[in-house]
Design a binder for this molecule. Structure first.
Ligand code: XLS
Ligand code: NI
Ligand code: NI
Length: 436
């Protein structure tokens, strides 16, 4: 097998290294809170951006220079790409990857032909997984690029398209089973609407619930045991996506009896598009027991869409890891770089720089979060803020022993509530800065 990248395996060299092709923070065997960084972070490379991204944007064609890719939609080209991908991931030291069915194999003229192409590539993926030990973090299906899905897949107005989508997911689940995927994602790219005048929202959302229940039934039938994830995103490409944020997704999953089988895959840039922070989305999913995995990237405050940039902001990764540690980690999920190099970063080596930066930023975030937790000061101050709930009237309210009548009596007798204490936001912000 030829070497497609003229790069040695990326090694950990420590914070003082000036080598741009080395890790300065990600030290896979280093133990943090009793687990190795490798086990905490479970890094994953995405096939779609990293091996299929061309650098095109709405204003111009692709710029990416990929010498191994002949630009054709042939099976040969697809198989060669698999070898490129595994060489890249091996050299990077990423233990996981993720793909959509149509990222890895060409779409045929019929579903039968597409399935045949997929089988041919899956065979090579499996061989490469066995050769390298790299595993599939999650599989998924692309039900948003082809024109047939213009009105949606599970939420389309066209029942035949729903049937096509069901058949496509059936096959994708078989592939996830075959490759031992730890999870399977449902990101509803076109499951939403552009205009309510032509939309029967109730029918569409009921159909989505039915569709996902069929997916669960089929997974049970074939013995696929991976976690199912919904990936919230509020818009793009639709004006409104039904899975708009963590809270909306969890409500939907409860309404359609899907909470046993599903968790959430939270993406940073989707959180910010929804008007939330990543920390908010993680906290909301975590407190509901629904935090599954993350798509690690970042948006740009000055650009409105899902720019999918690599995360390098230490505040972001520290907040993310603080919340993830609080809820016991991500496994069997992971930190999946759903991120792409900029259109101007068109050389293959930029793929390494991008991932190294993201992995280092997360390793640093992990260490910062662990230091904050080891110190305990933040936690102590938070507990103190809610101390009124740990005894007396607060404890009784929490235990369900009080009513409006009894509380009226209590406060009438007391006269005035206990005085408030400062929220100390600035002091806490300063405290966090101590660890950075
Ligand atoms: C798009 C999504 C997509 C999912 C997988 O915005 O992030 O890439 O992660 O379908
Ligand atoms: Ni994503
Ligand atoms: Ni996205």
């Amino acid at each position: 097998m030829p070497d497609y990248f003229d790069v040695p395996a990326i090694a950990y060299e420590g914070p003082d290294s000036k080598n741009p092709l080395a890790f300065r923070w990600y030290n896979p065997d280093e133990i943090v809170e009793g687990k190795s960084m490798r086990e905490h972070l479970r890094f994953s490379v995405v096939y779609w951006h990293t091996f299929r991204g061309t650098g095109s944007d709405p204003f111009g064609v692709g710029t990416a220079h990929r010498p191994w890719d002949d630009g054709s939609d042939s099976l040969d080209n697809a198989v060669r790409r698999v070898h490129v991908a595994f060489e890249f991931m091996e050299k990077l030291g990423a233990p996981f990857y993720a793909f959509h069915d149509r990222d890895v194999a060409p779409e045929g003229a019929t579903l039968a032909e597409s399935n045949k192409n997929l089988d041919a590539v899956v065979k090579v993926l499996k061989e490469e997984q066995q050769r390298t030990g790299i595993q599939l973090l999650w599989g998924t299906q692309n039900m948003f690029s082809h024109p047939r899905y213009m009105h949606g897949a599970a939420t389309t107005c066209n029942a035949d398209v729903f049937a096509y989508a069901a058949a496509q997911v059936k096959k994708a689940l078989e592939v996830s089973l075959e490759l031992g995927a730890a999870g399977h994602v449902f990101w509803g790219g076109r499951e939403g609407y552009q205009n309510l005048y032509n939309t029967n929202m109730k029918r569409e959302i009921d159909n989505l619930g039915r569709f996902l229940n069929m997916a669960v039934d089929y997974a049970d039938k074939i013995g696929y045991k991976g976690v199912f994830y919904i990936e919230p995103k509020p818009k793009e490409p639709t004006k409104h996506q039904y899975d708009s944020d963590a809270a909306a997704c969890i409500n939907f999953l409860r309404a359609y009896n899907l909470t046993d089988r599903f968790k959430l895959n939270i993406e940073t840039n989707h959180a910010t598009l929804a008007g939330h922070t990543m920390m908010h989305e993680l906290e909301y999913a975590g407190m509901q027991g629904m935090l599954g995995s993350i798509d690690a990237n970042t948006g740009d405050m000055l650009l409105g869409w899902d720019t999918d940039q690599f995360p390098t902001d230490i505040y972001l990764t520290a907040q993310t890891m603080l919340t993830i540690l609080k809820y016991g980690g991500l496994a069997p999920g992971g930190v999946n770089f759903d991120a792409k190099v900029r259109r101007e970063s068109f050389e293959p080596i930029d793929l390494f720089h991008a991932h190294i930066g993201g992995m280092d930023a997360f390793a640093r975030g992990l260490k910062i979060a662990a230091a904050i937790r080891a110190d305990g000061e933040l936690d102590r101050l938070l507990q103190e803020r809610y101390a009124s709930w740990d005894s007396g009237i607060g404890q009784e309210i929490s235990a369900g022993k009080q009513s409006f009548e009894s509380l009226e009596q209590y406060i009438m007798a007391k006269g005035n509530p206990a005085p408030n204490v400062s929220g100390r936001q600035e002091m806490l912000e300063n405290l966090i800065n101590r660890y950075l």
